[in-house]
Design a protein around this ligand. Structure first.
Ligand code: M6R
Length: 614
């Protein structure tokens, strides 16, 4: 939620900030703004409703010079999206400008106190309260900006990543973090600041990730200082980041989402690289081996996640219970933290998160840690908060995911969960050797089978035209395919704004079947696996009520093609690996329907990629 960028050095700041905002636009895109201090010491704030491109238009013919600046792209929490509520926010005298990602929970109380002292506010945001408070302290206590920030943040309850500049001291940016990510890039005589490393990597590969409670004092020509709210120096480690810049571009595709769908064969190869031996006979997740005693001693596993990652968790439950015979519970991270969960030192909690920053998942991890559980993270963004909060874990290594609708991260998560289940099952001796070898062999074939499935793209693009005007969709699947149905429905909802529900196929007759009529498209995952005959009966029930059935079937299936309206064929696959290929046509269907409807596929309304607020 919200993207933050900052620059201080010898170059013109504006182009660096705008490019950075474009890289971070996936985090929020309802308004954008920039603050710059020019060589005459003037602090200018330009901000507007809309996207970063609207900001670029807005600043035409304005003074955008200066080699210090901060910029922001917003996902509204407090106050509607409009230029007044956009960041940066000025302080009362317009001496300071501040950007913020997070929520200041006690802002109303702080605002009342300031109003009682005569302060007035231009916006409805929590952020403006903070910048006014900082200036109030700075002036009344006659302190430096750093001290004012430290004192102000001591009064704040909530989550923040902030950056603040002061026209009276144009050589410094003060940045602070609590529960919202912040990375400082260290260049030659210049510093960069951002919510993640993507705006930084083309200038420098040396970064530090701020920890909660830390404040970076970024002074031109000086060394980076990191202190806490009590002004105690915090040792910090400079890390190297490696990122393929091509992954941050669309590479000829019209949307990041389509690129990321088509990237999946290569991403899954990357995800498995070094984890399956060349002979294709052995899977090793090093974190599982390193902590195998702890994992094998667990009473049960609890998987916490949100959204698409929660769907991957449901598949993980099947895999771990089937192969490892360890009971697994799957919890929405947002509910888990508030339900006083029964959890103790014999439990293992697996946290799944693409961004590694989801506030609810991070809070669930912290809660489980305080109860003594062992925490295993499955994340994509290297160095993000969740991997840093866990005891161990495995990255999915699928590269930056920019489209707000998660695609390649889902298949990466399921691949890691499969490797985790297989590694653990072999250590626990709960899988027989032939079955193990067969699944490992099939897992290696997934990238090629994904390529085959992606050839359905043109057909699905045609099919999408028929369903562009649908108001509702139902997705059905059983066993391993039920979470795939949920994921297909979520993709459609997110980017096409068509109401869609996923159900276990057999649950239809307990209520949802009442919705079926000639207008209702029903997508059914009906491959030839364990419950094939039963799913076929469910399709008959829908057809008897004149619903439109789009079925995913195993190649060569003739029985379902006789009753379904449309069949999309998938290559043969063991049931446990089927989610890795069956999800792709559903991603493509959602994508093409959204494109036909003229929707903003990569940046759907109301959503943000990284949900760093509750
Ligand atoms: O970064 P995370 O995996 O923790 O994000 C969780 C959800 O916010 C995320 O999966 C969301 O549901 C996506 N927009 C789904 O496409």
């Amino acid at each position: 939620m919200c993207g933050i960028v900052g620059y201080i050095g010898t170059k013109e700041a504006y182009p660096i900030l705008i490019k950075g905002l474009k890289r971070l636009e996936y985090r929020g895109y309802d308004s954008a703004g920039v603050a710059l201090i020019n060589d005459n010491g003037q602090l200018s704030v330009y901000k507007t409703k809309g996207k970063v491109s609207d900001l670029e238009t807005f600043v035409t013919r304005k003074d955008i010079s200066g080699n210090i600046g901060i910029a922001h792209t917003r996902w509204a929490t407090h106050g509607e999206p409009c230029s007044v509520n956009a960041h940066p926010h000025y302080s009362s005298s317009e001496r300071l400008a501040l950007i913020h990602n997070g929520i200041i929970e006690n802002y109303a109380l702080l605002k009342e106190k300031l109003q009682a002292k005569g302060f007035t506010f231009r916006s409805n945001t929590d952020t403006e309260v903070l910048v006014q408070l900082i200036e109030y302290i700075q002036v009344n206590h006659r302190t430096s900006l750093l001290t004012a920030v430290q004192l102000a943040l001591r009064e704040v309850i909530g989550a923040y990543a902030i950056a603040v500049i002061d026209r009276e001291d144009p050589d410094v940016i003060i940045a602070a973090r609590k529960s919202s990510p912040l990375v400082v890039g260290i260049g030659e005589g210049e510093f960069f600041l951002a919510s993640d490393a993507t705006p930084i990597v083309e200038y420098t590969d040396r970064v530090i990730y701020l920890d909660d409670g830390e404040i970076a004092v970024i002074r031109r020509g000086g060394a980076l200082r990191v202190v806490n709210l009590n002004n105690v120096e915090c040792p910090h480690e400079v890390q190297r980041v490696a990122m393929d810049l091509g992954q941050l571009e669309k590479g000829g595709y019209p949307h990041f989402m389509l690129k990321e769908i088509f990237d999946q064969p290569a991403c899954i190869t990357d995800c498995m690289r070094g984890r399956i031996n060349v002979e294709g006979t052995n899977v090793v997740l090093s974190a599982v081996i390193d902590y195998k005693e702890r994992l094998l001693a667990a009473n049960r596993f609890i998987i916490v996640a949100c959204g698409t990652s929660w769907h991957a968790a449901l598949i993980g439950k099947h895999l771990i219970e089937t192969f490892c015979r360890i009971p697994v519970e799957v919890e929405y991270a947002s509910e888990f933290r508030y339900c006083n969960p029964v959890i103790g030192s014999n439990d293992v909690v697996i946290a799944i998160s693409q961004s590694g920053e989801t506030a609810d998942t991070l809070a669930a991890v912290e809660l489980a840690k305080t109860r003594g559980a062992f925490i295993y993270g499955i994340c994509n963004v290297i160095g993000s908060s969740i991997p840093r909060a866990t005891h161990t874990g495995s990255y999915i290594h699928v590269g930056p995911e920019i489209g707000v609708a998660s695609t390649k991260a889902f298949t990466g998560q399921v691949t890691v969960l499969t490797m985790l289940a297989l590694t653990l099952a072999r250590e626990k001796h709960t899988i027989d050797k032939d079955q193990y070898l067969s699944i490992v062999g099939e897992l290696q074939k997934i990238p090629d089978k994904m390529r085959e499935v992606l050839q359905l793209n043109d057909r699905i693009a045609q099919l999408a035209k028929i369903f562009t005007y649908a108001h509702n969709f139902i997705y059905l699947g059983r066993g391993y395919s039920y979470p795939v149905a949920l994921e297909g429905a979520l993709k459609l909802k997110e980017i096409s704004y068509i109401h869609a529900e996923g159900y276990p196929a057999a649950e239809m007759k307990h209520g949802p079947i009442a919705l079926v009529d000639t207008e209702m498209p029903v997508v059914v995952i009906a491959t030839q696996n364990g419950l094939y005959e039963k799913v076929m009966s469910n399709i008959q029930e829908i057809k008897a009520r004149k619903g439109k059935v789009i079925a995913l079937v195993t190649r060569g299936d003739t029985a379902i093609s006789r009753i379904a309206d449309t069949c999309l064929e998938l290559p043969e696959m063991p049931e446990c690996l089927e989610p890795l290929i069956a999800t792709l046509p559903l991603q493509l269907l959602a994508y093409h329907i959204a494109v036909c409807k003229g929707m903003d596929v990569d940046q759907p309304r109301n959503l943000a990629k990284s949900v760093t607020v509750e």
